[in-house]
Design a binder for this molecule. Structure first.
Ligand code: CA
Length: 241
C-alpha cells in the first residue's frame, strides 16, 4: 500500500521509511504541510507528525480530513492528553507518541487499515471463522453478544453487565478479528483518553470477565490494548450454577 509520511525530521523519516518499505509499502515522504496537502490524494494511509515548520499539525490534520478519508495515524512527540484528544477528535484513527517501538507502530497501522476498510469488502467473508457476525449477534465460544438488543448470553444464560461494561464488550465484539488500542477504546467509549479513565478500562474488563465467568472472553494484548477472545467453558464438574 502507498504511504504518505509527513515528517520534517530526516532521521525519523529514514527510520520510518525503511520500516514501511520492509513491510511492503511504498512511501512518499514530505516534510512540509503544503506538500502533504498536495500528495494526500494518492495515499493509502497517512503517518502525520504534528510538529511541522509551516503549519500547526492539528490544523493540517483537519485540512487533510476535509479532502481525504484514508487511515491516518498521528506520530508525534506531543504527549499531552489534550493533544491526543484533539488529534483523535480532529479525525486521526490512532495516535502514537515518540519515542515508540517500531513493531508497535506497524501493528497499529495494520489495525487501523483493517478497521477503516469498507465494510462491503468484508461482508459475508469467513462465515465459519472465529466470532461469527450476522450484523446483530456476535458469537464466540459459548458467548453470544446481541449488539442491537444489548444482551449477553453465556451458555444460553443471560448475564447482566453494566452499561459501560457492555459498551466495551460490544466495541470489541463488533470487530472480533482486530486488536484495539487502549486509546481508541477510551476515546470511543469514555470520550477521552485521560489516564484516570485508563484505569477504569481495566476495571471494566475485569468486570466483564468475572460476570461472564469467561476470563478469556477479552484478550489482553500487553502494552497495547484488547481483543475479543475465544472463550472456553470452565471444566465440567465444578458445580452447576
Ligand atoms: Ca517534527
Amino acid at each position: 500500500m502507498h504511504a504518505l509520511l509527513v515528517e520534517d525530521d530526516d532521521r525519523m523519516a529514514r527510520a520510518l521509511g525503511t520500516a514501511l518499505a520492509q513491510r511492503g509499502h511504498t512511501v512518499r515522504r514530505v516534510g512540509r504541510a503544503l506538500d502533504a496537502l498536495r500528495h494526500v490524494h494518492e495515499a493509502g494511509f497517512v503517518l502525520l507528525d504534528l510538529g511541522l515548520p509551516d503549519l500547526d499539525g492539528l490544523e493540517l490534520l483537519r485540512r487533510l480530513r476535509a479532502v481525504c478519508d484514508a487511515p491516518l495515524i498521528v506520530v508525534t512527540a506531543r504527549c499531552e492528553e489534550r493533544d491526543i484528544v484533539q488529534g483523535l477528535r480532529a479525525g486521526a484513527d490512532d495516535y502514537v507518541v515518540k519515542p515508540f517501538r517500531m513493531a508497535e507502530l506497524m501493528a497499529r497501522i495494520d489495525t487501523v487499515r483493517r478497521r477503516t476498510e469498507p465494510r462491503s469488502g468484508r461482508a459475508g467473508a469467513d462465515p465459519g471463522g472465529a466470532g461469527g457476525f450476522d450484523g446483530r449477534t456476535v458469537r464466540t465460544g459459548d458467548v453470544e453478544v446481541d449488539l442491537a438488543g444489548r444482551t449477553v448470553r453465556v451458555a444460553g444464560v443471560d448475564v447482566r453487565l453494566t452499561r459501560r461494561e457492555f459498551d466495551v464488550l460490544a466495541f470489541l465484539a463488533a470487530r472480533p478479528d482486530e486488536v484495539h488500542s487502549r486509546e481508541v477504546i477510551l476515546d470511543r467509549i469514555w470520550g477521552d483518553v485521560f489516564l484516570a479513565a485508563s484505569r477504569s478500562l481495566d476495571v471494566h474488563v475485569a468486570g466483564i470477565r468475572a460476570k461472564t465467568g469467561r476470563s478469556d472472553l477479552v484478550r489482553t494484548v500487553r502494552g497495547f490494548g484488547y481483543q475479543l477472545g475465544s472463550p472456553t467453558a470452565p471444566a465440567q464438574g465444578d458445580g452447576a450454577r
